[in-house]
Ligand binder design. Structure first.
Ligand SMILES: [Zn+2]
Length: 59
């Protein structure tokens, strides 16, 4: 099982290629642009697209 090609930093929206993907999830990551290293603050391209296409007024 392979991880994503890159992750997007939610702080500065920079694609990050320096990360470790273990057991189907992000374990270590570093955004070289802003220094963010919180896995929670990164999203895959897929995640981001899902967020973008989700209607805000659902509930
Ligand atoms: Zn960043």
């Amino acid at each position: 099982m392979f991880g994503p090609e890159f992750l997007i930093c939610l702080n500065c929206e920079t694609p990050c290629y320096t990360f470790e993907w273990t057991g189907g999830k992000l374990t270590e990551v570093l955004c070289v642009a802003c220094g963010n290293e919180e896995p929670d603050e990164f999203a895959t391209e897929e995640d981001l697209e899902a967020l973008a296409s989700e209607p805000e007024s659902g509930r």
